[in-house]
Write a protein that binds this ligand. Sequence first.
Ligand code: AMP
Ligand code: MG
Length: 399
Amino acid sequence: MLDLNEAQRQIRARLPQLAAETVPLSESNGRILARDVLAGIDLPPADNSSVDGYAVRSSDLALASAERAAGFKVAATVPAGAVSNEALVAGACARVFTGSYLPEGADAVVMQEDTRREGDTAYFSVRVKPWQNVRLRGEDVRSGAKVLAAGLRMQARHLGVLAGTGQTETEVGCRPRVALLATGRELQAPGTALRPGSIYESNRIVLAEAVRAVNGVPLTIPPVADELEAIATSLRQLAEDHDVLITTGGVSVGDHDLIRPAMEALGGTIRFWRVRMRPGKPFLFGEVLGKPLFGLPGNPVSAITSFVYLVRPALLVMQGASDTAGPRACGRLTRAVENRAGRPHFLRVSVGRDGSVCPVGLQGSHAIYGLSQADGWLRVDAGCQLANGQEVTVTLWDC
Ligand code: AMP
Ligand code: MG
């Protein structure tokens, strides 16, 4: 049985890297940047006004005061989006607005609130320092500077700097095509009357969303019974046009646990089986026909827990991600918890608005309603006691 860290490390070492593709900026949110992005221009692209007012040569206003307002000829009007082709001469000013490029010769802007206008003369009752009310060319970012690093998971805020430097598209890791195969004779698709001995199949719909949340394209096929031939046939077909195979069920020690025999029948390799965690122990990782296969336990809580800690990071790494940490929350336990078992326990917990963290729902690995009440997972290491009020970090769902 492998420690979780070691299992994560072994998976990472074996993952194939997906190719990169160029996508429109509007479709790149959440995707993984394939290359560093350098600014193609200065930001701002030119010195410009941060207020509505009058562009001046600051030295011309040395004597302006509330008592003796200085009168200046308004030599030009420069709306945002226009440029003045005349340099500002001594004793003149130019009407400007927020975002107007500064006319040549001007080095400051007097705010409209500190001025009075009479015809084509503007009166200034304040002095201004050089570059006051001016946003300087390149002060935010210089042309050629790295603005985003390869491996970054893009968020809306990153799209802004790309658009602002004039980009329309970006290069990102391709979406992994992920096949989801649920195995178990007892599994019945929802929508039909439940037969004796059966349960409704619920893993694929949860996992499909979890796959989508990390840019994957999930394909689900109807549940497959515990038959070696049927499982092997499905795996062979799915391996053809998918980057990753995920199975649920059939990885324990029962007579009907046939994922491993099916992989062997296809000449696949089992890299490891069983991870020191609860729930999720019977997790399996290997390759079939050159494609990574993640064999998740069938119990719904185990399946999603192993997905969150072992598969989700892998899908991100395949796309080139440099950081696979998901959403987290910090909070304080509202009761003591203890793990007397010999492997880490991933307790399902709620996280209140006030930061209170509390185990929630039935903590069995079959308990899908209990799982539905949890905001996330709290890792409690083997033999560990956490006190009431202790500060903890919770791994949250990202789907
Ligand atoms: P297994 O890992 O195949 O031994 O399954 C463990 C438990 O999880 C059994 O009670 C199964 O009925 C249940 N189970 C397996 N696959 C699914 C699934 N796709 N949806 C819901 N429950 C499942
Ligand atoms: Mg089964």
